[in-house]
Design a protein around this ligand. Sequence first.
Ligand code: HEC
Ligand code: HEC
Length: 237
Amino acid sequence: MRLELPEVISSYTMGCSMNDKIINNLSGYNIISFICVTIFSVFIWMNTARSADLENGKLLFEECSGCHGEGGEGIEDLGPRLNGQQPWYLHNQIIKFLAGFRGYNEDDDSGAMMRDAATMLESEQDIIDVIGYISTLELMAAEPVIEGGDAEVGKEIWLANCTFCHGEDGAGNREISAPRLAGQSDWYLIKQLDAFRNGLRGTHVKDERGQQMQSMSLILSDDQAVLDVSTYIMQIP
Ligand code: HEC
Ligand code: HEC
């Protein structure tokens, strides 16, 4: 299985435009330019898509399933549902845990738990393998566990504030790193929205996308608004 991972692509595209500048400065040295471009093209090609070793991914996932469920369906108040989530988002978040952009706050016990767990992935290849395996898991709708949310009110909040980035159907938007939300467990949506609102997530200086979501979360004025919008998101077909 080959996975397209956007940050890998963008980091090398950046490298390429830097290389263009170098090449422009070398006007006249056409052979050098040609070699430069060829080497860079091969380099980009090697890095834009990588193959996942699903056997290794399956082995690694045995450790993850203790908190995320055997089918990646999530375990209430422990690990979120992972099946159905886009590979690029899983990749982004694992990197954020490893880099300390997420799970760094001393009051964020749940984030710290995952930060520890992420260290069992010892290489970029391990990360790709385990995500490759997660991508093969069957989609399983999560069951609602939280009561008291008003899905009608939640829908209004959603349409007015969230669809611009997450899409009306909650499928996410890869261009701006906004994840899929539709079908995610209500308890986890609430937990993350609270983490953003309380500044436990999305406040690291280098976490630009997290910061965007952190400021959006402040639109949700009280706990009831969080409950309502989460109740609706979970039900998006
Ligand atoms: C000890 C329990 C535990 C283990 C083991 C564990 N996780 Fe997690 N994981 C969590 C928790 C808790 C969270 C939510 C963190 C938070 O609240 O910010 C999480 C979050 C995540 C997220 C972010 C999901 C999202 O929607 O933002 C990803 C991706 C993830 N885990 C992947 C993995 C993978 C892959 C493995 C195995 C290599 C793994 N986890 C092992 C507990 C665990
Ligand atoms: C400006 C774009 C933008 C808007 C508007 C926005 N989000 Fe987000 N959201 C994001 C991004 C980007 C992330 C990923 C943050 C990260 O990388 O940690 C995110 C992450 C999330 C997460 C965490 C999902 C997970 O799996 O951990 C939840 C929940 C969420 N958004 C809900 C909402 C809700 C509810 C609204 C409306 C009130 C909303 N978002 C509006 C961009 C946005």
